[in-house]
Design a binder for this molecule. Structure first.
Ligand code: PEP
Ligand code: CO
Length: 449
């Protein structure tokens, strides 16, 4: 392929160091899969990607708010209608809460339909007396603790593509086909949530929305509009496996530009955002909106360089910085970053991931997060933005619509001992549906100041 602007092409990342890639055992098998993927239809279209970018441009100025959430790591075995429906429901519930109680239009982006690959702190893991390759997500290997299961298998990328397509198909059907209509706000309340204090608060809000819609209907305002009958839900995942992302990158026939059509938004993780690394090289050339995770040990100069490389034209909506500092470090880490980016006049969507730096392990070995810590980081995020006169543009959560017990705290006060009741994640602990709703009500208060 010929090199495009600034020597970029879909494969130029190969001349750079790519961290966190699996040790694929068979190069010929890998090449065959990547070739096959490159011939399959794109999962999303350039026009949709541009629409998301235009919405994100509004989050730069506070005229919209980004809600991004879903599994830490999707599992093939959970690609079922109930699981997808419950995740969608909780995102819709959170979004309507932020819109109605918080008064801002919400951009809904799932960590869904492609979040199948994970960075790990080590290449190998010791289980008993075995040294095994680490589990790197269902698109790479299987979490079972055997050498056979952990062997990276590129065919899993094909399966990941198919699972993403099936998930997207159902999401599109649900969001366009009436499930997400505003008449149904009450029906999004899960049975196990509806009896809880949060569920009842939601129920009250839903009744008010219902009344407002009936009123508009009664006085003759048309209900036959997409704003009432449909929802716009976008997809996102960490662009980790560069071979996969390259294979799904296509030239938009209407503009001649390159888009990574594996998802609407893709992000670069904290472990792969090296300024001179392959992930940054690859993503600079696709026109999707991009996220970059930023942890508390960032170098200001790196973030400046990343913004230069990934968003040279300072296009609003192109770059979302997803800060994940932890409740104790956000106070020191966020202000200098905001000040510098503001001083340089950079257009950035500021999003808060209050999950990834608030993780700890309980005495009996459950990786968990506390609801209070999560809320504390979000609250500091808003307070700091208001103090700096910058715009808190969004939030990023690991959550599920299921009734899991993975994070401690919340209205039902899940404690250490409760974690084993329904602990399902193969990666990081997620907020359950009730905790997610609770956090949304709290954020609605913060947005309004
Ligand atoms: C994640 O979002 O699941 C993740 C691994 O995050 P980070 O790159 O911020 O550690
Ligand atoms: Co995670």
């Amino acid at each position: 392929m010929v090199a495009g602007a600034n020597n970029w092409n879909r494969s130029s990342w190969k001349s750079f160091t790519a961290h966190q890639q699996p040790n694929w055992p068979d190069q010929a098998a890998l090449d065959k899969v990547l070739k096959e993927l490159s011939l399959l239809p794109p999962l999303v279209f350039a026009g949709e990607i541009r629409a998301l970018k235009a919405l994100l441009a509004k989050a730069v100025t506070g005229d919209a708010f980004l809600l991004q959430g879903g599994d830490c790591s999707e599992n093939f075995s959970h690609v079922t209608a109930p699981t997808i429906r419950e995740t969608l429901k909780v995102l819709l519930q959170m979004a309507i809460t932020l819109t109605y109680a918080g008064g801002v239009p919400v951009i809904k982006v799932g960590r869904i339909a492609g979040q199948f690959a994970k960075p790990r702190s080590s290449d190998t893991e010791i289980i008993g007396d075995l040294v095994l390759p680490s589990y790197r997500g269902d698109m790479v290997n299987d979490p079972a603790p055997t050498a056979k299961a952990r062997k990276p298998n590129p065919k899993r990328m094909l399966k990941g593509y198919n699972m993403s397509a099936a998930t997207l198909n159902l999401l599109r059907a649900f969001t366009r086909g009436g499930f997400a209509a505003l008449h149904r706000v009450q029906a999004w309340n899960q049975e196990f949530v509806s009896q809880s204090p949060m569920g009842r608060t939601y129920e009250r809000m839903a009744r008010q929305i219902d009344q407002a819609i009936r009123f508009m209907d009664t006085i003759g305002i048309s209900m036959d509009t997409p704003q009432i009958n449909q929802a716009l839900v976008f997809t996102s995942h960490e662009a980790l496996l560069l071979g996969y992302e390259e294979a799904l990158t296509r030239i938009d026939s209407t503009t001649g530009d390159c888009y990574d059509c594996s998802a609407h938004l893709v992000w670069i993780g904290e472990r792969t955002r090296q300024v001179d690394g392959a992930h940054v090289e690859f993503l600079r050339g696709v026109l999707n909106p991009l996220g970059v995770k930023v942890g508390p040990d960032y170098e200001l100069d790196d973030i400046r360089k990343l913004a230069d490389i990934l968003n040279p034209d300072n296009e609003p909506g192109r770059l979302t910085l997803i800060t994940r500092f932890g409740k104790d470090r956000i106070g020191d880490a966020l202000p200098p970053l905001l000040r510098e980016m503001k001083r340089e006049g950079r257009n950035i969507v500021w999003s808060c991931d209050p999950m990834h730096a608030n993780t700890f392990t309980t005495k009996d070995g459950h990786k968990t997060r506390s609801f209070e810590d999560i809320l504390s980081e979000v609250r500091s995020f808003f307070d700091i933005h208001w103090a700096e006169d910058t715009v808190p543009g969004g939030v990023h959560f690991e959550l599920t619509g299921e009734d899991v017990t993975e994070c401690v705290g919340g209205a039902r006060d899940i404690d250490d001992k409760d974690l084993k009741i329904n602990y399902q994640t193969t990666c990081d602990p997620r907020l359950n549906a009730e905790q997610s709703l609770e956090v949304a009500f709290q954020i609605a208060e913060m947005i309004r100041r």
